[in-house]
Design a protein around this ligand. Structure first.
Ligand code: AMP
Length: 933
């Protein structure tokens, strides 16, 4: 608003001036967006405004309106339209109401221990606005502003506001910019005075569920004293919270829920929500449990079951989880997205994700930010996640909020995506259940994330062998005296006459008897419907054979089809040229390059009805301009994807440019792949070394998930790699790290060197029935190398070669040395050998470094059984690349007197040198040494 405008002058002279001016303007903007969302008397006032330009220029509109009002009031010789004194007081009352909406949560009764030192919020006191206790009986006509009451005394309003905004629920929602969502939240709490209303049966159910939460921990504590169980005690309301979300989710159409949580309270969740048999858990405590693979500790285990509600059956899946806090959230998102796709849940109503966080971790771990940032993006949205923070106000031994975070709330990270936060006192299970329902409804309506901050405490140490009094003496003295959530609620229900003391005791005894019997203690539990399992045909442990053949005519038709795009869809000349070249390849007039071969791998799979999902930074185009799966219209914001337009009935194809994250995106794709065995799921790193940022996912899930948890995963990782003089970063995909993780046939590490090889490698990954991760050390310069080309015949009639023998017509008997290598260096060696006219050195490419192809290698080496001189040649420094991890494989098939030696760069702290001249010198030297006899 302009300074000294007539409106400003007028407002300054009336009760509506000064600080109220912007308030009225805001109110007017709210009115323009949603007239029903504002108080009636203001609505009537604004209704009388002319509407023509109101939407575009609310401020100028309101200015002229008030200018007119000023003129009117002047011309009416002192007769005021609005009594300045009354309006002034009314505006102050309304400001006070708004203060509660904004800051009421700061004074909400959230902490069961009452230890939390809250920020001061003086505007929550009517005295801040100039009222005194003498004004408490003054009546204000506030229209429908709050609680559907138009006239209310200051006293009643104070009571209502306190109960709405400062009770055991503190709703933080004014940062939600979407007016509809914000108004919905406001109405939700204000209409009911934020007072949850539950039937007697429901109250008893909550007590029963608290009794179960409490009873299990006590039982385990007594039976296995000192054993680690990461007890839920103090946050017991988590169990009724979860069950209420399931029940209310079902009422809102949910059929499947995928949950991710760390170790705290996990055993309780397994037994009291998912229905794991206590006897099974006791066996695990006793060290008796024997499963397949290498296993994992009990508080990392996932579980699947079905849960019966009044509104039908809900499938529950708890994701397996490593100790890395927070990493499971994006895994859950990926798994949910895959399930939504599988059942065609395009409106996100049937599959609900829930992630559970710790208070220190949710704000401490960067992956949470990455996950939230993905939450509404096209390729990764799941229509909102309910995020629960088990806020026990301590992380291991650190509880001082001056150490744990730089924000008031641990949930302040939610604000980056404008997710509302329901803070709730963990000692009030009814408020907790109410929060559960509100979260479900919000997510159902607005398809966005919402947080529940379950403010509670941790009754014991970080684990049961820990002594928390040493570091948190004040907190733990209080906790020792504080009654359990079960007792608090049982006493309340007894006092309210809902149950008798003996009923409360009976509930405890019944639960303990159930544990003694060892059978499932969840009445809603139902056995898993195995018909729904998608995995039955993919559980083979053996590497099944791959038949690479594809009908040549169909192949040709498809190859032409992937080069087509609408005439009225102009594309960039450079892309046009690449597509024109691809058409030549399709017509057999040019050899296949990498981009076209990769595209044909997808096209042939899609043609057979398989699904494909590719995601990563800039995957639509490809870092090196080679994929070009998405054709951007040069004139409009439109894109055309030929692979989505092959024919009706083809498999789904999706390619997504991801948010600029590796950890969360790779975890998402891992989650996707573990829930979608019929989709070839590919994550591509922009440069191979970027995967460093996702090391947790590689270590904790991709390389070890099958052995730890029996979860298969056919995820493909494309990692551009190659020493091309571009410096320490982006030269190396750190092949050595993947090889070091290889054991027990856990994954495949391949270095394809031709277009036909990438074509078959991708097809093989889908067509074999085994689902294990595939790490592809993919090229950069080979994408356009004149020798890295393939014939149509190699594609349609070839196969993936784990080892490629010498390709030149050498007489094996003349060969004095065999050089093994992998990747781009092969072409450097080949070109130099040809230049040298050497015929005494054979070059063998090892295209699959793990599982190592011993059989194929033995066959190939029979022709060289006379050779004693063997070389492994690599571009990477001695301490990197394949040498250290794979030399035992390289020597395994040599003749008894054969000797293997290393040729490559010297050991180096950095992956590559930064000076181009030095790089060239090194590269020349290693090629020369490999070929020097
Ligand atoms: P879920 O839908 O995740 O609850 O899984 C249901 C069942 O499918 C599980 O109990 C497993 O038997 C099986 N299953 C799910 N995912 C996988 C996987 N990635 N690998 C192997 N089996 C799986």
């Amino acid at each position: 608003m302009q300074k000294n405008s007539p409106l400003e002058e007028w407002l300054a002279s009336t009760a509506l001036g000064g600080a109220n001016q912007s308030y009225i303007e805001d109110l007017y903007e709210d009115y323009l967006r949603d007239p029903a969302g504002i108080e009636e008397s203001w609505r009537k006032t604004f209704d009388s405004l002319p509407k023509s330009t109101a939407v575009e220029q609310p401020h100028s509109q309101i200015r002229s309106y008030f200018q007119q009002l000023a003129r009117d009031s002047n011309s009416q010789s002192g007769a005021s339209v609005i009594d300045p004194n009354v309006s002034k007081r009314l505006v102050k009352v309304l400001q006070w109401v708004n203060a509660h909406r904004n800051r009421g949560h700061l004074h909400a009764n959230l902490d069961p221990l009452n230890l939390w030192q809250r920020l001061d919020a003086p505007t929550l006191d009517y005295k801040f606005f100039g009222f005194t206790d003498n004004d408490l009986d003054e009546v204000f006509d506030i229209g429908n502003y709050v609680y559907n009451r138009d006239k209310i005394t200051l006293r009643d309003l104070a009571y209502a506001l306190k109960n709405t905004y400062c009770s055991t629920i503190g709703l933080e929602f004014m940062h939600v910019n979407d007016l509809e969502a914000r108004t919905w939240l406001q109405r939700k709490v204000e209409n009911l005075l934020n007072k949850p209303l539950f039937s007697k049966d429901e109250q008893v159910k909550f007590l029963e569920e608290l009794t179960a939460a409490d009873g299990l921990e006590r039982y385990l504590g007594a039976k296995f004293p000192g054993a680690k169980r990461f007890s839920l005690e103090g946050s017991d309301a988590f169990i009724p919270l979860m069950k209420e979300i399931i029940r209310h989710g079902a009422r809102n159409g949910v059929k499947e829920i995928v949950m991710g949580m760390a170790h705290r309270g996990r055993l309780n969740m397994l037994v009291n929500v998912l229905g794991k048999k206590p006897a099974e858990l006791f066996d695990e405590f006793a060290g008796k449990h024997q499963g397949n693979g290498t296993g994992d500790v009990k508080y990392h285990q996932g579980y699947s079951s079905d849960f019966m509600t009044d509104a039908g059956l809900v499938h529950l899946a708890l994701a397996f989880n490593p100790s890395h806090l927070e990493i499971v959230s994006p895994v859950v998102s990926g798994s949910v997205r895959a399930r939504q796709k599988r059942i065609g849940d395009d409106h996100f109503t049937k599959v609900l994700p829930i992630t559970v966080h710790g208070d220190s971790a949710v704000i401490g771990q960067g992956v949470v930010q990455e996950t939230l940032n993905m939450s509404s993006t096209r390729g990764y949205t799941v229509g909102g996640t309910i995020r629960i923070v088990i806020n026990n106000q301590i992380g291991f031994t650190t509880s001082n909020t001056r150490d744990t975070r730089s924000t008031e709330y641990c949930t302040d990270i939610a604000k980056m995506i404008e997710a509302p936060v329901i803070h709730v006192n963990g000692d009030d299970p009814e408020a907790v259940a109410y929060a559960a329902r509100m979260a479900v409804e919000y997510r159902t309506l607005f398809k966005r994330d919402i947080f529940i901050d379950l403010v509670s405490y941790r009754r014991h140490g970080h684990n049961e062998a820990d002594e928390p009094l040493a570091t948190q003496p004040v907190m733990y003295k209080l906790i020792k005296q504080h009654p359990t959530p079960r007792k608090v609620y049982a006493d309340r229900l007894v006092a309210e006459g809902v149950i008798t003391e003996s009923k409360a005791t009976e509930l405890m005894n019944n639960y303990r008897d159930g544990l003694d019997r060892g059978d499932c203690v969840v009445p809603e539990w139902r056995p898993l419907d195995t018909q729904k399992m998608d995995w039955t045909s993919f559980l083979t442990q053996e590497w099944t054979p791959y038949n690479g053949k594809f009908d040549p005519q169909r192949f040709k038709d498809l190859a032409r089809k992937v080069c087509e795009y609408p005439e009225n869809h102009p594309i960039h000349p450079r892309v046009q040229k690449i597509y024109a070249d691809r058409l030549l390849m399709a017509n057999g007039e040019k050899l296949f390059d990498w981009g076209m071969a990769e595209t044909m791998a997808y096209a042939t799979l899609l043609d057979d009805g398989h699904h494909i999902r590719i995601s990563g930074e800039d995957s639509g185009r490809g870092t090196f301009f080679h994929r070009l799966a998405v054709l951007h219209n040069m004139n409009e914001r439109k894109a055309y994807i030929p692979l989505m337009n092959l024919h009706q009935g083809q498999g789904h194809f999706e390619v997504w440019d991801s948010v600029l994250s590796e950890e969360a995106v790779l975890a998402f794709e891992y989650g996707y792949a573990t829930a979608a065995p019929k989709t070839l799921t590919i994550w591509e790193a922009q440069f191979g070394d970027f995967a460093n940022g996702a090391q947790v996912v590689i270590d904790q899930f991709i390389s070890s998930g099958e052995q730890k948890w029996g979860r298969m995963c056919g995820l493909v990782m494309l990692l551009p790699h190659g020493y091309e003089g571009k410096g320490p970063e982006h030269s190396s995909a750190r092949l050595e790290r993947y090889l070091q993780l290889c054991a027990q046939q856990n994954m495949q590490v391949c270095v394809p060197s031709t277009p036909a090889q990438i074509y078959h490698l991708l097809r093989r990954q889908m067509l074999r029935t085994v689902r294990r991760p595939l790490v592809v050390i993919s090229p950069k310069s080979l994408l356009r190398h004149p020798l890295a080309v393939s014939t149509t015949e190699e594609l349609v009639n070839g196969t993936f070669q784990n080892v490629i023998p010498e390709i030149d017509d050498l007489d094996p008997k003349q060969v004095k040395r065999v050089v093994f290598c992998a990747g781009k260096v092969y072409y450097d060696l080949l070109e130099q050998r040809r230049k040298n006219n050497q015929t005494d050195i054979a070059i063998i490419r090892i295209e699959q470094l793990y599982p190592y192809p011993h059989e194929e290698m033995r066959d190939i080496l029979t022709a060289y059984s006379h050779v004693k001189d063997y070389v492994w040649c690599q571009e990477e420094p001695l301490n990197q690349g394949a040498w250290y991890c794979s030399q035992h494989n390289f020597v395994a098939n040599l003749p008894a007197d054969g000797k293997l030696r290393y040729v490559g760069r010297p050991a180096s702290a950095s992956p590559a040198v930064g000076y181009l001249a030095l790089h060239n010198e090194q590269q020349k030297a290693l090629v020369a040494e490999a070929l020097a006899i």
